[in-house]
Write a protein that binds this ligand. Structure first.
Ligand code: ADP
Ligand code: MG
Length: 718
């Protein structure tokens, strides 16, 4: 009997060359192999008689090979294997190109199934070109031998070079036949309630279904399984947090009001509400775990900053983390600008620099080690940096609040690390056991509006605050798709705007032109360097053009950003590093090259970089491909009322992976797809709540508990 845990490399029947190829698909055990689910099925069920074959249809026939020959084409020097297959009604010719090895498989007298498209052959008769074939063991034509490639719903798998669906079927079929019984971990009551098949038949039906209903329900079962485990993990996380202590206090409202009143603007109602929700969480004895969501430019930073001030007022520490150094510096600048007399220490620590600021004009560059020591001694109450802030050898004296900006960029895995990291921070530094049990409050922020189903599934462990209102001074951004023939007009327009004192962003998809050549799907993608040279030398030689991309040193990046934000450069050509959070009110034009390379939500983000000041802003979307889908996408961007609407669309068009960016979530494919199905998400959530509600430790469900543990490790949600 074969076990799920068996290593393929140790099994007979798995040739080394297959094992190596499977490894490239990350398939190393029987479990991996069987959980490599088909992504579609070819319907090769139902046999036709050869005399009934019609040109253009897809058909499966069974017959005996009455002749085989090999010949070579004149012109193209291809080998062609031609076989004649006969049943009791007639004969059909089948041909394969460049597959000489078939001669040793398709021997005269053998019985075969052929499945594929029926085409017209030269002499006015029918022919099957490159059909799927399957040689049978049986000696006479009967149509009832158990098959894997033909005469049934045939699974199609994602393939790797040299490993076809055919080969995968060939490997999986005997495994399923000799597999030991798998223990069912889903509670029986749930299977019954939802009418899901038990795991053993479900797995078989998923690979070799008897009919479409069977694979659909099997697929649903496996998708449910993952969603259910995700929900359980989320709920467990909530329970875990509810058992922890945190620093709880009543925020000093008088102090906060004074800070508010110094701001050059009034907070929006939505900002006040979000801040209030955070302050309420601070009163609770358990750590907050909250996601602050709001459109680009809705003013999330100031909300988090005010909450951080409230913590600092109590002489506790804050860690403010951004996904990039550019953003970390911007946050630091925000504190300096709005809270210039805050004298409890704001520190910026990045790969290249360490700066501290204690109120007016008291900014000093310090040695990194010195800053690190000050942080450990609780001499700096607000510490700003990238996620390197929470790493092994970094200590806080008394950390009470962790803010993670643009958290979706971190991915589920890093997010979990941050949470875990923030726990370690205190346990390692605090002498007394009492505070070792405490965890900092945790606030994450995201400008990418995450559709509800998605946030329920992937971020279901978080409480949600939403800023659904933009500051009053915002003007609508005029958005236009620009065809190649109008490019020059756009440049003229940009020049005019710059002459009026405004600035322009130009976003390009990649850094190096060479990287793109291999990609046939992107016609003429603008790479940053190329674009920078073109703009600075040919189009705008009289203007100041700068370039920004991820491969630059962090010092260079900082300098480039600083000069642009101070208005010293007119045009900033950048990759998507600019995507998150950057705030420069005087920049009023956002030009996006290679629009088709970006997701809708991402384009929305880019556009949000402009339209922040009192001047009218513009967004130009350049594209070389005016395909229907491109136009449709641009139209939805132009017409969208808010980011949520777009995110829902993106979820529909491109799937959850795109919305969450490149961040690896580790969530299985099937579940990712299922996230588009709100009903299944809700069912999974309800079932998870039901189980955890009556048995939080899952004591009566030991198999489920065990599966949940390994699942947590797989997707890094623990
Ligand atoms: P995001 O939510 O995208 O992170 P930011 O926090 O960067 O947005 O804020 C965008 C800009 O709006 C900043 O320049 C900030 O100072 C400004 N801002 C924030 N709140 C308000 C407000 N209530 N009224 C006017 N401007 C605001
Ligand atoms: Mg932001």
């Amino acid at each position: 009997m074969i076990k799920l845990s068996d290593q393929l490399s140790e099994l007979k029947g798995f040739r080394k060359n297959f094992v190596d190829k499977l490894k490239k698909l990350n398939i190393e055990t029987i479990k991996d192999l069987l959980w490599h689910f088909p992504f579609r099925y070819e319907d090769f069920s139902g046999f036709s008689k050869i005399a009934d074959l019609k040109i253009g249809e897809h058909a499966t026939v069974q017959g005996v090979i009455s002749a085989v020959k090999l010949y070579r084409t004149w012109k193209r020097r291809m080998f062609i294997v031609e076989a004649l297959i006969s049943d009791d009604t007639g004969s059909v010719k089948a041909v394969w190109f460049n597959q000489r090895f078939l001669l040793s498989v398709l021997k005269k007298g053998r019985i075969v199934n052929l499945a594929g498209k029926v085409t017209e052959s030269s002499k006015n008769s029918v022919c099957m070109s490159h059909p799927v074939y399957e040689v049978l063991n049986q000696k006479t034509i009967s149509g009832n031998e158990e098959t894997k490639h033909t005469g049934r719903l045939t699974p199609v798998y994602s393939e790797t070079k040299g490993l076809t669906s055919r080969a995968i079927r060939f490997l999986i079929k005997p495994v399923l036949e000799n597999l030991e019984k798998i223990a069912e971990f889903l509670p029986e009551e749930i299977l019954n309630r939802l009418r899901f098949p038990e795991i053993n038949p479900a797995l078989r039906q998923l690979h070799f279904p008897d009919n479409p209903e069977e694979w659909k329900i099997a697929q649903k079962r496996f998708a449910f399984e993952d969603l259910f485990l995700l929900q359980l993990a989320n709920l467990k996380q909530r329970l875990w947090l509810a058992e922890k202590k945190s620093f709880s206090f009543d925020a000093d409202l008088e102090f906060l009001k004074k800070e508010f009143s110094r701001l050059p603007f009034e907070l929006t109602q939505a900002q006040k509400k979000a801040l209030w929700e955070i302050l309420k969480d601070f009163k609770k004895p358990h750590p907050m775990n909250r996601l602050l969501q709001g459109d680009v430019g809705s003013g999330k930073t100031i909300v988090a900053a005010l909450a951080a001030l409230a913590i600092a007022k109590e002489n506790k520490q804050n860690a403010f983390m951004a996904p990039t150094e550019v953003l970390a510096r911007q946050h630091y600048a925000t504190f300096k600008k709005f809270f210039s007399d805050f004298d409890k220490g704001v520190g910026l620590i990045t790969g290249g620099e360490a700066i501290v600021f204690y109120g007016d004009n008291l900014e000093t560059k310090v040695k990194k080690q010195e800053l690190i020591k000050k942080i450990a001694d609780n001499e700096i109450k607000i510490v700003i940096g990238t996620h390197s802030l929470i790493q092994k050898n970094f200590k806080f004296g008394d950390l009470a609040f962790v803010v993670v900006d643009e958290q979706h960029r971190f991915g589920v895995k890093q997010r979990a690390e941050l949470l875990r990291g923030s726990r370690q921070v205190n346990t390692r530094t605090s002498a007394d056991i009492k505070s070792a049990l405490t965890l900092p409050h945790f606030l994450s922020m995201s400008a990418t509006p995450i559709p509800r189903t998605l946030s329920l599934t992937l971020f279901g462990d978080l409480d949600l605050s939403i800023i659904d209102e933009l500051p009053k001074n915002r003007k609508k951004i005029i958005t236009k798709a620009v065809s190649p023939s109008n490019r020059d007009k756009a440049y003229v327009f940009i020049r005019e705007q710059i002459k009026k004192g405004r600035q322009t962003f130009v976003i390009c998809p990649r850094i190096d032109p060479a990287e793109i050549n291999g990609n046939l799907f992107i016609p003429e993608t603008k790479a940053v360097k190329e674009e920078y040279e073109k703009l600075s030398q040919k189009i705008f030689p009289d203007l100041k053009v700068a370039m920004l991309h991820g491969k630059m040193k962090s010092k260079e990046k900082a300098l480039t950003m600083k000069e642009f934000s101070e208005g010293k450069t007119d045009i900033l050509v950048s990759t998507s590093v600019i995507e998150v959070g950057v705030d420069i009110p005087n920049a009023t034009i956002m030009m996006i090259e290679g629009t088709e390379c970006f997701g809708l939500a991402q384009l929305y983000q880019f556009r949000g970089r402009v339209g922040r000041g009192q001047h009218q802003s513009f967004c130009f979307l350049f594209t070389d491909s005016f395909s229907k889908t491109t136009q449709q996408r641009l139209r939805s961007l132009i017409e969208a009322k808010n980011g949520f609407e777009l995110a829902e669309k993106d979820l529909e068009i491109r799937g959850p992976g795109e919305i969450l960016g490149a961040a690896q979530t580790g969530v299985p494919d099937l579940a990712m797809k299922a996230i588009k199905n709100p009903e299944l998400v809700k069912t999974a959530r309800d079932e998870a709540v039901g189980i955890i509600g009556k048995d939080p430790e899952l004591k009566n469900y030991p198999l489920l508990q065990k599966r949940l543990e390994s699942f947590g490790k797989e997707i890094h949600l623990e």
